[in-house]
Design a protein around this ligand. Structure first.
Ligand SMILES: NC(=O)c1ccc[n+]([C@@H]2O[C@H](COP(=O)([O-])OP(=O)(O)OC[C@H]3O[C@@H](n4cnc5c(N)ncnc54)[C@H](OP(=O)(O)O)[C@@H]3O)[C@@H](O)[C@H]2O)c1
Length: 347
């Protein structure tokens, strides 16, 4: 089976990760690439300032970049990935949905909408059924599915594993986030070298709300947020890729660090082509200095989460977690959602 896919915003930082991840994909074949008016009409090679660490795949280099509008994209495309700036996406995505396209999107618009599935396939695949509610509400033939923010994806699998075993009541997280999370021109070198910036606009609210939606329950008609309180403090640091996060959790039960490590490491993955064999890798007491962005972000093609430093506090547990923000946290997240849509028969 071949699934024909397109990428909206294909020339950007996340768009380039899509191109990398789709190279050699067993079922997805790239048949459309779009970007802004200034890129439209050029070959992908000429339009994209390619900054990835592998060459542009040959079969993609000569594809002509199209305008980001349904009239400029073939009806034969089965699935669109979207990595547009959220202001652009909020205007453009509905046009594609009205035209009947299925869109797996990275952009932050509509993530918290009541009828839009916000999904990590290993955590809440059942939320995909919100698509029925969405189609009833909006009269769309298409479907919109979102993946969460990169900092949220890094932490939520660990919360899900601990919640399943011990019940999460509260999570406090402090992030150390890589510059690629802001896009190529997001943070200048003069701002970030020899520095750390203790504020990322809107990021804390995204972590606090998206986490509760991902861990929430969908009863077939409505989705209720998880009761846990989540507090986030987000910081930009001068790493290139990989978000490192320190998490403190209050749990209903009182597991030992060893029991928590076991729950994290044994949390089940999912059988999809781009999913890691093991979702969460846990470093033991003998490696308290791991995970680290440079050494651990590429685990399992950048799709696995790494955890270390699991230890007790007077009110619960603390640990560090890490994921690759443009792979697991962005393009890889949308790609997995696309694979889930195919697996569940929505495409
Ligand atoms: N970077 C991350 O780690 C990360 C993680 C999670 C989510 N996200 C989200 O993913 C999205 C993309 O981020 P990014 O870092 O890849 O951004 P980026 O590097 O700035 O790329 C933006 C893309 O959108 C296109 N574009 C810009 N304005 C447009 C317009 N008016 N009409 C059509 N296309 C337009 C650009 O085309 P041109 O090249 O022609 O300008 C480019 O292809 C954002 O919503 C971001 O919040 C990013």
């Amino acid at each position: 089976m071949t699934v024909s896919v397109g990428i909206l915003g294909a020339t950007g930082a996340v768009g380039q990760r899509f191109i990398q991840l789709l190279d050699g994909h067993p079922t997805f074949e790239i048949d459309a690439l779009t970007a802004s008016e200034s890129s439209a009409g050029k070959s992908y090679q000429a339009a994209a300032k390619w900054r990835a660490n592998t060459p542009i795949p040959r079969d993609v280099a000569d594809i002509e970049v199209g305008e980001t509008h349904p009239d400029a994209v073939s009806d034969d495309i089965d699935l669109l990935f979207s990595s547009l700036p959220s202001g652009v996406a909020s205007e453009v995505e509905p046009k594609f949905l009205e035209a009947g396209y299925v869109v797996s999107s990275n952009s932050s618009n509509d993530r918290m909408a009541e009828d839009v599935p916000l999904t990590i396939p290993e955590i809440n695949p059942g939320h995909l059924d919100l698509i029925e509610v969405q189609r009833d509400n909006r009269g769309w033939d298409g479907a919109l599915i979102k993946n969460p923010n990169c900092s949220t994806i890094t932490m939520v699998p660990t919360l899900a594993a601990l919640d399943a075993g011990f019940g999460i009541e509260r999570a406090d997280v402090t992030t150390l986030q890589a510059v690629s999370g802001a896009g190529y021109s997001g943070v200048t070198s003069m701002e970030i070298i020899d520095n750390a910036i203790p504020h990322i606009g809107g990021e804390e609210n995204k972590m606090e709300t998206e986490s509760r939606k991902l861990l929430g329950e969908f009863d077939g008609a409505e989705l209720s947020l998880h009761d846990a309180e989540v507090n986030a403090s987000c910081n930009r640091i001068p790493t290139l890729d990989g978000h490192l996060e320190s998490v403190f959790v209050d749990l209903a039960d009182d597991p030992s660090p060893a029991a928590a490590r076991e729950a994290l490491e044994s949390f089940p993955g999912i059988d999809l082509p781009s999913a890691p064999d093991q979702l969460i890798h846990v470093f033991g007491d003998d490696q308290p200095e791991r995970p680290q962005p440079r050494r651990d972000r590429n685990r399992d093609n950048g799709m696995a989460i790494s955890v270390g430093g699991v230890s007790e506090t007077p009110s619960g547990l603390k640990y560090n977690c890490l994921a690759h923000n443009t792979l697991r946290g962005a393009a890889g997240a949308s790609l997995l959602n696309g694979e889930l849509l195919v697996e569940e028969g929505w495409i």
